[in-house]
Design a protein around this ligand. Structure first.
Ligand code: COA
Length: 671
């Protein structure tokens, strides 16, 4: 049996995308799951099932409301919205599920009820129909214990709001068939979700964090008010525990899930009694805080960190989840500003140890680290690595930013390459992006504000991000870029340094930097002219007008070596390229290159946006100087310095600010 792929889309699916899915339970989360699936999978039939008509009617109205909002925000056309809402039908009749490919149970959190539903389902659906439960706490082994065919069943745990929250925990329990697990992960990744595999422990991975975080907040109520605790917790989360509990009507859930943990693992998990007597908390909205003296603030913060760290140690020591998934899940699903392991890294070992020990003293029985603290930091944070027949497939995984690059990510890719490039069992590497949408949306714009106005720091950041790219230039083992979607800015610059590029037909290449008032500093003003001189006019237009280059046109120009129709084919073609390139990796031209003149153009982007004349001039000068530079290294240096110069313009400040605010920049004002 093949080990599971870390990147879910590297799995070769043995069944097609679903055509008919049913969601049982028209409460809050069921319709949201249904709406997500119906909008992500055109042509899908989505049946919502409940025992009463009123919740079904409410659920359909809610889906219509979501679709109307999506149209109002320009995220969907009227026609798409109409197709989504008419794809969702409601029924009280289980017989309507007979031809389903997949049934998702999202009924009340009650073991006996769930078991009854699955027993009934087995009498109705076909043998190959998958069945999953959206429980947040009940282990799969208990829910599916009496099923005749438990191999096609598992837990798929969504997070609110399920139509938008990307995270789904997919539970790997002992009787679930490997293929079923792999297919579920594949479908989720194909439809824009981020599936995280967890073990079948009570509350899985993320609810162990969330429930205990909330429970500990409630246990602190003798020392501080809910508003004070939420204010202190605001250092780590976008919304404090009491605010979230109010939103989710979560008090009874914590009582239930922590009782389950207490029964299973010890009295230290016993829920705070106050959850039984309070319905709503008096607290502050996210971003707001009440005044707190510094000592109380620090004590509350450390205590909240203590519970977070204790749960994290336990999750990792018991292999309930993987470290990078833990951080990612806490950020994406639970609204943490940083994951627990990131927080530990920032604090350093002695502070982390002090906080953990203090917490253990306050809360006897709570888990302590079972390994040296440094061991919890030994993992790749932003990339996944798979091995397919001796080729290492490196997947850029930053789903919150369409896989945007920063120096830490590029350094991780470099570390993986260095680790395996001298291994005779490794033929080469494929670099691809997580999900079905983006290879990489460029450099992480969030890192730019701190650099603006500092030419030397900006140029140095470009050099730092280029460590990987310069290494690729000198490699003899092939590295192939597999563009599974858009390749923008720095992402395209990375792809252009790989030794071959394969791309989905629908992928596109673009250098949007000029529209942000900056220039692409890590090779785009240099490398394409040296690698594909015949396409120089196209690169002029991409750089100066942010023109998009579709993958098919890029293939005609020789920039993309091969096209693919779907992700499976893309990966196969990329792997074949790695093998075909053995001993044949080319080098980027070293000496000066001739380029067509950069005839004067209006400062106007292809999308109609007015551009900055000053930044355009920086870009054009850099393109000319880089072409004339005596060596590739000197040409690249021209690019780093030009990025530094652009970062000091008023246009850059305006462009980055406008992007953050979601508006068009006003370069007419900045020049
Ligand atoms: N850096 C950091 N975050 C990025 C990013 C980047 N380069 N590109 C996208 N993201 C983030 C978005 O901010 C958004 O995060 P949010 O959900 O927290 O707001 C998330 O990825 C999804 O992107 P979004 O803009 O909502 O998707 P969309 O479909 O509306 O638009 C793009 C997609 C690619 C057109 C748009 O994201 C974009 O213009 N990105 C910047 C591309 C760019 O200029 N790259 C070069 C940078 S030098």
């Amino acid at each position: 049996m093949h080990p599971p792929m870390q990147n879910p889309l590297l799995h070769t699916p043995t069944r097609a995308l679903p055509r008919h899915v049913a969601v049982i339970g028209a409460g809050t989360i069921g319709p949201d799951i249904g709406y997500y699936l119906a909008s992500a999978l055109p042509g899908l039939r989505l049946t919502l099932v409940d025992v009463a008509q009123a919740p079904l009617d409410k659920a359909l109205a809610r889906c219509r409301d979501y679709a109307a909002k999506a149209v109002a925000r320009g995220k969907m056309s009227e026609a798409q919205a109409g197709a989504v809402t008419s794809a969702i039908v409601a029924t009280q009749d289980y017989a309507a599920l007979a031809d389903c490919d997949w049934v998702i149970e999202a009924a009340t959190e009650n073991l006996a009820l769930k078991r009854r539903i699955f027993a009934q389902l087995e009498g109705i659906v076909a043998a190959q129909c998958l069945v999953t439960s959206n429980t947040s706490s009940l282990p799969a082994a208990r829910i599916f214990a009496d099923m005749q065919r438990p191999g096609r069943a598992t837990v798929t745990h969504f997070f609110a709001p399920a139509w938008r929250n990307p995270v789904v925990e997919v539970i790997d329990w002992e009787r679930c068939e490997r293929d079923v697990l792999a297919w579920l992960r594949w479908v989720f990744a194909m439809t824009g979700k981020v599936p995280l595999v967890t073990a079948d422990a009570v509350c899985f991975m993320l609810d162990r964090i969330f429930d205990n975080w909330c429970n500990d907040a409630a246990l602190l109520l003798g020392r501080a008010t809910a508003a004070e605790i939420d204010s202190a917790a605001g250092a780590y989360v976008h919304a404090g525990p009491f605010f979230v509990l109010n939103m989710a009507h979560g008090n009874p859930i914590i009582t239930e899930t922590n009782t389950l943990q207490a029964e299973e693992e010890g009295a230290h998990y016993t829920p705070a009694p106050i959850f039984r007597s309070v319905e709503q908390w008096l607290t502050v909205a996210p971003g707001k805080r009440v005044e707190l003296d510094a000592a109380t603030d620090a004590a509350l913060r450390e205590r909240m960190l203590g519970v977070l760290f204790a749960q994290s140690f336990d999750i990792l020591d018991r292999a309930i989840g993987a470290p990078a998934d833990l951080d990612l899940g806490c950020r994406l699903a639970l609204g943490f500003k940083r994951g627990p392991l990131e927080l530990m890294r920032e604090l350093g070992e002695s502070q982390t140890r002090r906080i953990a020990e203090r917490f253990a003293a306050d809360r006897p029985g709570m888990p302590l680290p079972q390994r040296p603290l440094a061991a919890y930091q030994e993992h790749l944070r932003h990339v996944l690595v798979d091995d397919i027949a001796g080729v290492k497939v490196v997947t850029l995984r930053r789903p919150e930013a369409l896989n945007a690059l920063h120096d830490e990510l590029t350094d991780e890719v470099l570390a993986v390459i260095r680790r395996f490039e001298n291994d005779p069992a490794v033929a080469g590497f494929v670099v691809t992006g997580y999900g079905a949408r983006a290879f990489c949306a460029g450099a992480d714009i969030g890192r730019f504000p701190s650099m603006l106005g500092d030419a030397a720091a900006s140029a140095q950041y470009s050099r730092d991000c280029s460590r990987l790219l310069v290494h690729l230039d000198a490699m003899s083992k092939p590295v192939v870029a597999a563009l599974n979607g858009m390749a923008l800015g720095g992402g395209l610059e990375l792809a252009m340094r790989c030794h071959a590029i394969v791309a989905l037909r629908r992928a596109y290449l673009q250098l949007p930097e000029i529209t942000l008032g900056i220039v692409p500093g890590i090779g785009a003003m240099v490398v394409p002219y040296r690698r594909w001189p015949a396409a120089a006019e196209t690169f002029h237009a991409m750089l100066r007008r942010a023109e998009r280059l579709g993958a098919e046109r890029a293939h005609e120009l020789g920039v993309v070596d091969e096209l693919a129709d779907d992700i499976g084919q893309l990966v196969q073609r990329a792997l074949a390229r790695v093998h075909a390139l053995q001993g044949r990796v080319g080098r980027i031209a070293e000496g000066p290159v001739a380029i067509p003149p950069l005839a004067a153009v209006e400062p106007l982007a292809a999308g109609g946006q007015t551009l900055s004349r000053e930044v355009l001039a920086i870009l054009e000068r850099a393109v000319r100087d880089a072409a004339a530079a005596p060596t590739l290294a000197a040409a690249l240096e021209v690019g780093y310095l030009a990025f530094g110069a652009s970062a000091c313009t008023a246009a850059a400040r305006e462009g980055i600010q406008a992007h953050r605010e979601g508006r068009q920049p006003d370069f007419a004002r900045t020049g």
